[in-house]
Design a protein around this ligand. Structure first.
Ligand code: COA
Length: 405
């Protein structure tokens, strides 16, 4: 039977398009409430599906994000719900869906696509490069003392999820606008995604809790978390699972983490999706006890190299000419001069040559050109070009995205 690749025309069709990825989460059909919440933040025409006889056998969506990059925000496609049913795998359906999705994003003038990958082997072939690391911790509360004695900062109160948005959103906005990798959240996103607490997302542990730290009468930090109580022979073995902890100042960061680390009955505090340069590493007296573990985070694909590169800022250290290889989006291929004066096509001899995925790796500031060179991901054609590119691209802050979309 023929397979047709086309965008969805309605929320009902989106429900079909998420069925393949829902299958891998063990669902025979997508959860109704999940589909309804998804359709509030993911327009149907941004979801491509592979249709076979009226049934979707593969799907690929792209949230319309405003992504923070070094120096500003830029429209970006948050690629999501990638799935192809096992009955149709390895016949090129993901490739066809990605082709349609990236072509559409290019036509709309959306210069960046990015995603979380379930496997590191899937997306490099489409020009995505590893752009950030993410960290997790698993800390025994009794080994969680801070390096410097803690003095109380502000006070913490529990708030209901129903009233949380107006307290949390301004803190998130302050942090996200200056953190590459974070995207602006709409009110709908807060309600349909971050503050939604469906049974499905709880994975057997407690309700989503929200604590807000206030200082001088203003919200300064918040923690969304779950309590996972457990006992063995009467001894507490449960844990706090921190879902999202965001603070607008170093003092507020220290205060909100102390709150989480001091919740009685809990033996451990666990968190994932933390930034690689998290202050906890230096706040605690015993960093080793954090069991701070890294894994790959965001993967970035420059869909339109000129617009994407022009959207971020650079240090005033001259320019570098980069010869870019891009098989999947050939309109990007060729030599580009990049520097604080702008981004343009170049005729002169390039200093660097790399695949487009390498640009995805350096774009948010998560990796340097030197790191790429040491891993043979970039060719230095002119001595000193790697060091100069590093000076130009220096971003000063590790990229971070606190949620998997
Ligand atoms: C990952 C998935 C979407 C791939 O779909 P697919 O239609 O089988 O992929 P395609 O046939 O278009 O494959 C395109 C290329 O990617 C490769 N590829 C696809 N999935 C891969 C995987 N999991 N590991 C390694 N390579 C993979 C294929 O071998 C093919 O290689 P080629 O370009 O050399 O020919 C599908 O296997 C799936 O739904 N997996 C479970 C859910 C999942 O992991 N989704 C991704 C969420 S981020």
């Amino acid at each position: 039977m023929d397979i047709d690749i086309r965008p969805c025309a309605s929320a009902e069709e989106v429900k079909h398009a998420i069925a393949p990825i829902a299958y891998y989460f063990g669902r025979s059909a997508p959860d109704e409430s999940l589909a309804e919440r998804l359709s509030r933040v993911l327009p149907a025409q941004r979801v491509y599906a592979a249709w076979e006889g009226g049934r979707a056998v593969g799907g690929l969506g792209a949230f319309p994000f405003q992504l923070t990059v070094p120096g500003g925000r830029v429209p970006a496609a948050g690629v999501t719900i990638a799935g192809v049913l096992p009955t149709h795998r390895r016949r090129g359906l993901l490739r066809a869906l990605m082709r349609a999705q990236l072509d559409a994003r290019h036509a709309c003038g959306e210069p960046i696509a990015y995603l979380w990958a379930t496997e590191g082997t899937i997306y490099g072939r489409f020009g995505f490069g590893l752009a950030s690391f993410t960290a997790e911790i698993d800390l025994a509360r009794e080994r969680s003392a801070f390096h410097t004695p803690f003095s109380t900062f502000g006070h913490v109160r529990l708030v209901s999820l129903g009233t949380a948005e107006e307290l949390l959103a301004p803190i998130y906005e302050r942090v996200s606008v200056e953190t590459p990798g974070m995207f602006a959240r709409s009110s709908v996103w807060w309600q349909a995604r971050r503050l939604a607490d469906p049974e499905l997302g709880r994975r057997g542990i407690g309700d989503l809790q929200c604590a807000v730290l206030e200082h001088e009468g203003r919200p300064a930090a918040y923690a969304l978390y779950r309590i996972n109580p457990a006992f063995q022979r009467g001894i507490q073995t449960g844990s706090v699972a921190a879902i999202e902890v965001i603070a607008a100042s170093p003092e507020a960061t220290r205060g909100i983490w102390r709150y989480l680390l001091d919740i009685d009955w809990m033996a451990r505090v666990k968190a994932d999706l933390l930034p690689v340069d998290h202050p906890l590493l230096l706040l605690v007296a015993e960093p080793r006890r954090l069991d701070f573990t890294l894994r790959d985070g965001l993967w970035v694909r420059l869909v339109n190299i000129e617009t994407a590169m022009a959207a971020r800022s650079y240090r005033d250290r001259g320019s570098v000419v980069i010869d870019v290889v891009d098989e999947f989006c050939p309109w990007n291929a060729g030599c580009w001069r990049v520097g604080s004066d702008g981004v343009e096509r170049a005729d002169d001899a390039p200093g660097l040559r790399c695949d487009i995925s390498a640009l995805g790796s350096v774009y948010l500031g998560g990796f340097t050109w030197s790191q790429l060179a040491r891993a043979l991901r970039v060719q230095e054609l002119h001595p000193g070009a790697v060091a100069q590119a590093d000076a130009i691209f220096e971003a000063g802050k590790a990229p971070w995205c606190p949620e998997i979309f």
